[in-house]
Design a protein around this ligand. Structure first.
Ligand SMILES: *[C@@H]1O[C@H](CO)[C@@H](O)[C@H](O)[C@H]1NC(C)=O
Ligand SMILES: *[C@@H]1O[C@H](CO)[C@@H](O)[C@H](O)[C@H]1NC(C)=O
Length: 348
């Protein structure tokens, strides 16, 4: 009892983030055949247009653990986006990334529950349907891949930390050792066809996708990084040879490869399972913080996760004025400071 209390306390302190508001559970948000839990973080000040990030935990994790263990809620306070943390219904805390239902648009599985959360957030919270993003770690990274494939209509971008390609766990049980050990090898065409089978007949735009993997990952072997490259370059019809590949970016030993504007693949030399989340780079990729044309450039100049807003300029969607506000009033180009109300001006 005491030990448990101490452990809980230690975890709470280690994982504490400074988010201003509480995580809230939402029920009755729509079709949810596997009973995925919906937990929402809403900052006090909302950006307009209002972005949404879906943040998905790893196996054994929970919505609460990903809320306290990542900086997205703090950054939501700063940039005004909403975060949904889905909670996996599986007893082991893993996401269903293997059933045909979860891999297929509107067919069921955990992915449909998450899609329903996104639809609910758009209709109920006023989330802008063109600013919806998914990210996750390990099993949550696999689910990010699944959502990119099965719900390309709902998401504009994804960022996956240490996952596997869409469909790699297909046809197995909850865990697929073959895939995990990097033994599921397919051609780019086969991987691309799998993604296209996730939403048959879909011809609209597809979410741009960024994935991170460690070369010393012995849980989900790094071969999955190379299979991911085959898959998503095929989906976007671009070469498997990087257009750019910057070494020591964003950290020493990492290399950041780009394959045109829609695919980024970051390999972390010597890093195991999982690659630590880099929220600032993810927000740049989603276009929430960068001042460029949509997060397509390498982001070595991104501020570190823990930094406060730059004193010089305020990024896209950031606050730049209002009663009681003391920060910078200068927006990063090309944005300008626009009054939302007397308490809140924003870089738009
Ligand atoms: C799901 O099953 C159907 C019917 O067997 C198949 O045609 C489809 O390709 C499968 N979808 C995926 C994503 O594997
Ligand atoms: C990028 O360059 C690094 C360093 O040479 C290399 O290890 C890595 O495999 C390259 N990435 C890709 C995707 O080719």
């Amino acid at each position: 009892m005491i030990l448990k209390a101490l452990t809980t306390l230690a975890l709470a302190v280690a994982g504490a983030n400074a988010a201003a508001n509480q995580l809230q559970q939402v029920t009755n948000f729509g079709s949810n055949p596997t009973n995925v839990g919906m937990y929402v973080y809403k900052p006090t000040k909302l950006a307009s247009p209002l972005p949404l990030i879906v943040g998905m935990h790893y196996c054994t994790g929970t919505a609460q653990a990903y809320f306290t263990g990542t900086q997205y809620a703090n950054l939501a306070d700063q940039y005004g986006f909403i975060v949904i943390y889905p909670n996996a219904p599986d007893s082991g805390g893993c996401w269903d990334v293997h059933t045909n239902a979860t891999l297929t648009h509107n067919a069921g599985g955990d992915s449909l529950g998450i899609a329903s959360m996104v639809r609910y957030a758009i209709s109920t919270y006023g989330v802008d349907a063109n600013h919806v993003f998914a990210t996750g770690t390990s099993s949550g990274a696999m689910m990010t891949n699944v959502l990119m494939g099965a719900y390309p209509d709902l998401f504009q971008a994804g960022s996956a930390f240490s996952g596997v390609p869409y469909g790699c766990f297909e046809g197995s049980d909850m865990w697929n050792s073959q895939c995990a050990e990097g033994l599921v090898i397919k051609t780019p065409q086969e991987w691309g066809d799998l993604v296209r089978s996730g939403y048959p007949g879909y011809t609209g735009p597809r979410p741009k996708f960024q994935f991170w993997h460690g070369t010393a990952d012995t849980t989900l072997y790094p071969q999955n990084f190379w299979e991911d490259i085959k898959q998503w370059t095929n989906v976007f019809g671009v070469s498997q040879t990087p257009v750019t590949n910057t070494t020591n970016d964003p950290l020493p030993g990492y290399s950041w490869a780009t394959f045109g504007p829609n695919v980024d693949a970051i390999l972390a030399q010597g890093v195991g399972h999982t690659v630590p989340v880099r929220e600032s780079d993810v927000l740049n990729w989603f276009g929430i913080t960068n001042s460029g044309s949509g997060g397509t450039t390498t982001t070595s100049t991104a501020p570190p996760t823990t930094s406060s807003p730059a004193s010089g300029t305020v990024a896209h969607y950031g606050q730049c004025g209002g009663i009681g506000y003391t920060g910078s009033t200068v927006c990063a180009a090309p944005y300008t400071c626009q009054v939302s109300n007397s308490y809140y001006s924003q870089c738009l």
